[in-house]
Design a protein around this ligand. Structure first.
Ligand code: FPP
Length: 249
């Protein structure tokens, strides 16, 4: 089968794919370009990946665009990434909306420039009824921060200890009404979780490829999906059916 021209029949498609888009800096460095050129190439690639997600029948796509730790990068790079997100919203929103993409934001808005906050809120609002692909952009997001905020919110709501269950915790996270990711793809070969969806990824399948994010195209994505389709998921049990998850505390 020529996977480059035809849409393949996959035996099992992940409902929710999350991606750590790593390697933009190295991609740029290899070409003697500034790091921001790598982020721009990575942004171009994102369009291909969104299109391919729709084509392959992935329902939820979550991307890690800016972590709570990324504020520690040089100011020029931080400002560049904030600017790229703003540009993406300005330039791509009409098309994303027409494609039926629902945009969501995971993370805190408050540290972002006011104009960007407004654009994110308006983009989320405008696309809220779309359901072809749910695209969640983790921007100013950190998994530990998300869990700490969830605990604080539960305490503010006077949740009793015996009422705390995995399901309740999930409902207090930024991802409250998203299914857990079935597959997490990390590009550029790094074997790290990097504070991404640390609660939600408890039983996700991982796929790590040495390919740098700007080069992670449709064919590379397809390779990940084909590998996923061969994985047997047992969720820590002997079969995927056994569904007992009691807390012992
Ligand atoms: C990690 O690569 C990538 C990021 C921190 C940013 C990812 C952002 C994009 C792909 C731009 C599109 C996103 C938006 C705003 C919607 P790195 O810079 O750490 O790469 P390196 O490890 O090679 O240095």
């Amino acid at each position: 089968m020529d996977v480059s021209t035809s849409t393949p029949t996959l035996t099992k498609v992940p409902v929710h794919v999350a991606m750590i888009m790593d390697g933009n800096g190295r991609w740029a460095q290899k070409r003697g370009l500034p790091r921001l050129a790598g982020h721009r190439a990575g942004t171009e690639n994102l369009r291909r990946i969104i299109r391919a997600s729709v084509e392959f029948g992935v329902k939820y796509l979550t991307i890690y665009a800016f972590s709570t730790e990324n504020w520690g990068r040089p100011q020029e790079e931080v400002e560049g990434l904030l600017h790229i997100l703003e540009e993406v919203i300005d330039r791509e929103l009409d098309e994303l909306d027409q494609q039926g993409v629902q945009l969501r934001h995971l993370g805190h808005l408050d540290r972002l420039p006011a104009m960007l906050q407004e654009k994110i809120i308006r983009a989320v609002e405008r696309t809220r009824d779309n359901d072809r692909l749910i695209l969640s952009v983790a921007f100013n997001y950190g998994g530990r921060d998300e869990i700490v905020c969830a605990i604080r919110a539960m305490m503010r709501d006077s949740v009793k200890p015996e009422e705390v269950t995995p399901e309740l915790v999930s409902r207090y996270l930024f991802t409250a009404d998203l299914p857990d990711p079935d597959l997490i793809i990390r590009t550029s070969g790094e074997m790290r979780v990097s504070n991404f969806l640390i609660w939600q990824s408890a039983y996700s399948e991982w796929y790590v490829t040495p390919v740098l994010w700007p080069d992670f195209d449709r064919e590379e994505y397809l390779k990940a999906l084909i590998e996923y389709s061969h994985r047997e998921r047992r969720f820590g049990k002997l079969t995927a059916q056994d569904d007992s998850t009691d807390c012992a505390c």
